[in-house]
Ligand binder design. Structure first.
Ligand SMILES: [Zn+2]
Ligand SMILES: [Zn+2]
Length: 240
């Protein structure tokens, strides 16, 4: 009740239009997208066929629930799960998350739910994909650290935001690079400052979006070099 009142009061002062369809957002918890746009966003369920390793969405697969895309065979992480496909409400929320250091209730709820449905319940350490110190200074916060912190709070699993670091600064325009150029910018970009803290641990790496998977793979490589026994990945969105 109070929430509904404060929502309508808030919309008087801060009318929020859906970043996708421009209709007004009915519920503050939904962030930058309206109810209808959230409904149209593909959130993964156990009925979807995904690559059992990298979580690529395989709508054409003849398998029932799990298959392997084979593009990720050389990736070093063990397994990836994602909240949903990088589109509509999920995409708009992730873009917004890079400018606002606050994860709305809907994102936190979906991430917690994806974790509970994942095979990663025996995680003993949560580690966000780091930004370079230059990027962290520009942005002021790490959006992956933000959602990792929220999941750590929800699950009670320890969070380590400081041991895995990105030593090489990559330019902003990664989207414009081809696969090979992107691969070059993340190769050897990650380092573990306190390897003792990683040794023997079952690590869950958190990122906002997974595209080629090569960033996650290079993080996993650094973590495993430090003795991590497993590195799984949980991300908000899986891009094609
Ligand atoms: Zn909308
Ligand atoms: Zn795959």
């Amino acid at each position: 009740m109070l929430n509904a009142v404060s929502d309508s009061l808030l919309s008087l002062f801060y009318p929020q239009n859906c970043h996708i369809c421009k209709n007004s957002v009915e519920n503050r918890a939904n962030g930058v997208a309206c109810e209808a746009c959230w409904k149209n966003t593909h959130i993964f369920s156990d009925k979807d066929v995904i690559c059992g390793k990298c979580c690529a969405f395989l709508p054409e697969s003849k398998h029932t629930t799990e298959a392997y895309c084979r593009q990720c065979d050389e990736h070093v992480y063990d397994s990836v799960r994602a909240v949903g496909v990088y589109e509509l409400a999920l995409a708009a929320s992730i873009v917004h998350l890079k400018t606002t250091p606050f994860a709305v209730e809907k994102l936190r709820f979906l991430l917690n739910k994806a974790f509970l449905a994942s095979p990663f319940l025996n995680t003993d350490l949560i580690v966000p994909v780091p930004l370079s110190s230059k990027r962290l200074l520009e942005r002021g916060f790490n959006q992956a650290g933000l959602i990792a912190g929220s999941l750590s709070k929800y699950t009670g699993i320890a969070l380590d935001e400081y041991s895995l670091v990105r030593t090489i600064h990559t330019p902003m325009h990664r989207a414009a690079m081809d696969k090979k150029a992107r691969e070059m910018t993340v190769k050897n970009a990650f380092e573990v400052k306190r390897p003792k803290l990683m040794a023997g641990r079952n690590i869950l790496l958190i990122d906002d979006i997974l595209t080629s998977g090569s960033t996650a793979s290079h993080c996993a490589k650094a973590l495993k070099k430090s003795g991590a026994s497993k590195v799984n990945v949980l991300t908000l969105a899986r891009a094609a």
